[in-house]
Design a protein around this ligand. Structure first.
Ligand SMILES: Nc1ncnc2c1ncn2[C@@H]1O[C@H](COP(=O)(O)OP(=O)(O)OP(=O)(O)O)[C@@H](O)[C@H]1O
Ligand SMILES: [Mg+2]
Length: 324
């Protein structure tokens, strides 16, 4: 009985000494979707994933995965899930193929099926060319893809991905995103933790924002972006007397009222067609002889979402600011 939900968690509690890593955490993940769990360092993302994948015991509340109770039916849950941890689990010395075959045997597939499954997964994750090279020589993106492949050995119903792209360059991130999309097209449900709003936006159909062990929002990516006003264009002019003119120019392409800051000589506003807005504003300001110090587009970040939801920045951003 799972009512179309692959994961349901209600009022989860997890304490480590005095620390409440989860403090009444709720979550509902629809079958066949990617669900983003978005939160800053220490919010409780990994703890939630560990509980749902039966690696740690919960102190309170209840959760089901694939309709099975994580506390009472841990073994059955484990047979239906895959998990890719925050840190890669593959062996550096072995080749990609050997790694996958080893995982297959670990799951009692038997030599022949393990080999066949490895070949299939190498193909699926675009690793065939590198299959017989040592993993030590893989790029970060290739390694994460191999990690994903390893967690797919048993074609799990639900896959937990804990920050699968943290620390990757943009190209490798794109490759991992492609791999995740392919999995979901095959019917796997994915719960993906991330600190990047952009990543959750690209992949997830729904996002839960977690802060201090609690869900503080649960919405579609568009809903969250609307909350923070979407993409913004920002212009910094050289002369204070040019601020009103810049406001007028920006207003023509903006989706809402431009805001201006007279001390920083900065004008900014939400836009929907990012590139058209940027081109138009740059050209018009130049035509009107307005000297521009800086112009650019800014995508909303996790920190913008936080500011709107909680009234404060993420601790990470506050720490960075204090250090600056
Ligand atoms: N084994 C543990 N022992 C003690 N405290 C822990 C343990 N695991 C997590 N915590 C604490 O619980 C809180 C939540 O940690 P968790 O690892 O779930 O956060 P996270 O959202 O995954 O963060 P990150 O983005 O840094 O991975 C943190 O304050 C962390 O220090
Ligand atoms: Mg974590």
């Amino acid at each position: 009985m799972n009512d179309g939900y692959a994961v349901r968690a209600e009022a989860l509690e997890k304490r480590y000494g005095e620390k409440r890593a989860l403090d009444g955490f709720d979550l509902a993940v629809r079958e066949g979707t990617v669900h983003g769990l978005l939160g800053p360092n220490g919010a409780g993302k990994t703890t939630a994933v560990r509980i749902l994948s039966t690696l740690v015991r919960l102190d309170g509340g209840r959760a089901t995965v694939a309709g099975l109770d994580v506390a009472r039916q841990a073994r059955e849950v484990r047979a239906r899930i895959g998990l890719t941890g925050q840190y890669a689990a593959v062996d550096e010395v072995l080749t990609g193929r050997q790694n996958l075959e080893m995982f297959g045997r670990l799951f009692h597939l038997g030599g022949r099926r393990a080999r066949a499954r490895a070949t299939e997964l190498l193909e699926r994750f675009d690793l065939t060319d590198a299959a017989d090279k040592g993993v030590g020589g893989y790029s970060g993106g290739m390694r994460r893809r191999l990690d994903l492949a390893a967690s797919m050995i048993l074609a799990p119903a639900v896959l937990f991905l804990d920050e699968p792209t943290t620390g990757l360059d943009p190209r490798s991130r794109g490759e991992v995103w492609e791999a995740v999309r392919a999995l979901v097209a095959d019917g796997t449900t994915v719960l993906l933790t991330t600190q990047y709003l952009e990543e959750a936006d690209k992949l997830a159909s729904r996002i839960t924002v977690i802060d201090q062990g609690r869900a503080i929002a649960d919405d579609t990516p568009d809903g969250l972006k609307n909350l923070v006003g979407g993409d913004r264009i920002e212009v910094v002019v050289a002369e204070r007397s040019d601020v009103p003119r810049a406001v007028k120019v920006v207003a023509r392409v903006a989706d809402g009222e431009p805001e201006s800051d007279d001390t920083e000589l900065r004008v900014h506003a939400p836009v929907s067609d990012r590139v058209a807005a940027l081109t138009e504003v740059a050209r018009t300001l130049q035509d009107e002889g307005v000297r521009v110090e800086d112009i650019g587009l800014r995508r909303p970040s996790l920190d913008d979402v936080f500011l709107r939801l909680t009234g404060h920045r993420t601790d990470v951003a506050r720490t960075k600011e204090a250090a600056a």
